[in-house]
Design a protein around this ligand. Structure first.
Ligand code: COA
Length: 445
């Protein structure tokens, strides 16, 4: 059977950055450690005034196409995943295709274009759509371009303001991929939930604490559902486990839950039993509350064990290095986590070909999805070609007043004139509105 998966990845960060412990926390009267230790964040990315979901997505896609020597004729599908769309009818993929057509010979008239919506899980769903299209033999030898692009901005004063971010991840989905092959097996945990939504409004309504509980509950169901088709997962099976990362502190909780699940009824659980006891079993308790309390106590002990800490440091922590510096990219976030993991493997000289990743995606509203990926031989060249460190180092560091100005400039309800902070070069930029209120873009040399 032909392998299908991710053949190439490119990342495009917003050009501005906000330092959370040093610039944001002091103005909010908060301890910087809430950001660095609690949420696990150092800086977040923001779009300059000429950037938006289209420019970031098109710029990531152009880098990918140029690097791989692709033309529009090589692409049969452009799927954009976003929760930051500005149009309820015309999809962002048409704007991105329009941008790309300004700079390539040929066009994307033959390409099927769409836009996927299910909060942050939509990026992974777009990869699924591309995978299914290729597996069904409908691709006519062409690859799919999947672009996850978001400006994750919250209303000022909302607790979510701490976890903002902006950027795009472009991925080429193709046969015989260079980076990872996707497993056919998938698990889902999906339920009608009211944790985070944007009912025709730009900034989300969020029940932050509830969204964290829902993330964990749906992720657990997705893992059980995945195991029902792929068999039991074990901690030693996976080199890295990239999760959707709204902020690294969320993944700390998901990692602990996953570890507890994977070691249950294994030698590892027996090994730890001398020190922290065996995991509480529901059948041994008269009430759910007593059971939950016992689980909480067990988890508190588990996270202090050397075994857990070693596993977390090796398998989970490396997936968070980019998220710490960019914040939440919504649909792109789990794909940033996969990239961080492979980047870590590259930088530490790890052999990865044939190794497994377990990937946990999540979208509020709510749905979690879990699948496995097998790393392919070309992964190293793909990761080596990324310039994300240069992009991050080149960001303009906003002071608090500038941050508020940029936030206002991107607020659809406000009409703010603001000079750009950075100079665009060799990239697509937003230039204003057309006669039907469409957004206009240009490529600047
Ligand atoms: N030192 C160390 N840790 C600290 C700290 C300090 N001085 N101050 C706070 N913390 C810890 C808290 O204990 C908490 O960690 P815990 O959850 O492990 O207990 C963490 O930092 C965050 O602090 P908290 O007071 O809970 O933050 P908050 O009320 O401002 O809200 C969110 C945090 C995530 C709920 C909020 O940013 C949000 O709504 N984000 C958007 C929604 C989201 O991302 N949901 C996730 C699922 S998709």
């Amino acid at each position: 059977m032909t392998a299908v998966g991710i053949d190439a990845i490119e990342i495009w960060t917003g050009k501005l950055t906000l330092n959370l412990p040093e610039t944001f926390a002091p103005v909010k009267g908060e301890d910087p450690a809430k950001y660095t230790k609690g949420l696990g964040l150092e800086t977040s990315s923001f779009p300059d005034v000429y950037e938006d979901i289209v420019t970031m997505g098109a710029n990531a896609a152009k880098r990918l196409m140029d690097r791989r020597g692709l033309t529009p004729d090589d692409i049969g599908r452009i799927d954009v995943a976003t929760e930051s769309a500005f149009d309820n009818s015309k999809p962002v993929s048409t704007y991105i295709a329009g941008c790309l057509e300004q700079t390539y010979e040929g066009d994307f008239r033959h390409a099927n274009k769409g836009e996927r919506k299910f909060a942050c899980v939509a990026g992974t769903q777009s990869i699924d759509d591309a995978y299914n299209w290729i597996k069904a033999g409908r691709n006519r030898g062409r690859a799919a371009l999947v672009i996850a692009t978001d400006t994750a901005l919250y209303a000022r004063g909302d607790p979510g303001e701490a976890t903002q971010g902006a950027g795009a991840v472009a991925m080429l989905i193709d046969e015989e991929p260079s980076v990872v092959e996707l497993s056919t097996e998938q698990g889902y945990g999906s339920m009608d939930e009211t944790d985070f939504l944007k009912p025709n409004q730009q900034f989300p309504s969020v029940d932050g604490k509830r969204s964290m509980q829902v993330y964990l509950a749906r992720m657990r169901e997705a893992l059980e559902d995945y195991e029902s088709v792929a068999g039991r997962t074990k901690v030693e099976d996976f080199e890295y486990i990239p999760f959707h990362t709204p902020f690294p502190g969320m993944v700390r909780k998901a990692g602990l839950l996953g570890y507890r699940h994977m070691i249950r009824d294994t030698e590892k659980e027996d090994e730890l039993a001398d020190r922290i006891g065996r995991q509480p079993r529901e059948a041994d308790f008269d009430s759910w509350d007593d059971y939950e309390e016992a689980i909480r106590a067990y988890m508190d002990d588990l996270k202090e064990t050397d075994e857990y800490r070693e596993w977390y440091g090796r398998v989970i922590d490396p997936t968070l290095s980019l998220a710490r510096r960019v914040g939440n990219w919504y649909t792109g976030s789990v794909h940033v986590a996969r990239t961080s993991a492979l980047k870590h493997a590259y930088e530490t000289g790890k052999a990865m070909t044939g190794k497994q990743l377990l990937v946990g995606s999540y979208g509020s509203g709510a749905q979690a999805e879990i699948h496995a990926e097998t790393v392919r031989e070309g992964w190293r060249d793909e990761i080596e070609a990324l310039n994300v460190d240069e992009q991050l180092a080149g960001r303009y560091d906003l002071d608090f007043e500038e941050y508020e100005q940029v936030h206002d400039a991107h607020n659809h309800e406000k009409d703010v004139e603001l000079e750009e902070f950075t100079q665009p070069a060799n990239e697509f930029v937003f230039t204003g509105w057309g006669r039907m209120n469409e957004r206009k873009y240009e490529y600047v040399e």
